[in-house]
Design a binder for this molecule. Structure first.
Ligand SMILES: [Zn+2]
Length: 234
């Protein structure tokens, strides 16, 4: 059970994440490589009031993300201009003691929703598939056809996955695979997961996947195993 603030924070985090991608795209703003995550120029721990300020959010690849905060700001200034930098630096100074209240979260959610009002709601799917990631090694076992074990897995998964409105056309997909074994290679999880979301009709076809990114996260118990997926229309 989450308390109200946590719930609102999660909702606002999700909206800010999607809004940033909608506005900035999925390539690193500095070097153009595929994104790793949405980055807070002024860190959200120290500058919580800038957590949902789209001026403060940027799309970065892993390598650029590892650069010092100051360097990132300077590199982004080259892309976004001096006006942006001045505005953001001012905002960072101004509201530093602002209290983060429930109504502050609610206001931000309203603002973010307003920003995204042009984008159709069906443009984004964000789901947790409550089943362990399935390694492709087990999927084919060197044969041309899918194994019986996979059939069972896939039937079970398809049963618990909700029926959603299909996102048509080109998509970007982000996976998080929560698994117990360190031995499974990340790339072995993609095939079965893509197979599931295609079969369930969340996307048209594998061939419409134009951006694919995944992360493997180790968990201790069986119950924690799951697949998190975000699908965004490009
Ligand atoms: Zn980069």
């Amino acid at each position: 059970m989450y308390n109200k603030k946590t719930q609102l924070r999660k909702e606002a985090d999700r909206l800010a994440w999607v809004a940033t991608i909608k506005i900035r795209g999925i390539d690193c703003e500095i070097c153009g490589e595929p994104m790793e995550d949405v980055h807070h120029c002024y860190r959200k721990g120290m500058y919580p009031h800038l957590r949902y300020d789209l001026d403060n959010l940027s799309i970065l690849c892993r390598e650029c993300h590892d650069k010092p905060d100051r360097t990132i700001l300077n590199l982004l200034e080259e892309k976004r201009g001096k006006e942006w930098r001045k505005r953001l630096d001012e905002k960072a100074k101004e509201d530093i003691h602002k209290r983060i209240t429930i109504s502050w979260y609610e206001d931000n959610i309203k603002k973010l929703k307003h920003i995204m009002k042009d984008s159709n709601k069906t443009d984004i799917i964000e789901e947790i598939i409550d089943i362990q990631p399935f390694s492709t090694n087990k999927l084919f076992q060197g044969k041309r056809y899918r194994t019986k074990e996979y059939k069972q897995y896939s039937d079970g998964a398809l049963m618990i996955m909700p029926k959603l409105k299909m996102i048509k056309g080109q998509v970007a997909i982000f996976f998080r695979f929560y698994c117990r074994s360190n031995r499974s290679d990340l790339d072995n999880f993609y095939k079965s997961a893509l197979d599931l979301i295609t079969k369930k009709g969340w996307i048209q076809d594998d061939s419409y996947v134009y951006f694919l990114q995944g992360q493997k996260i180790l968990v201790k118990t069986k119950e924690e195993q799951r697949i998190e997926v975000k699908i965004i229309k490009m």
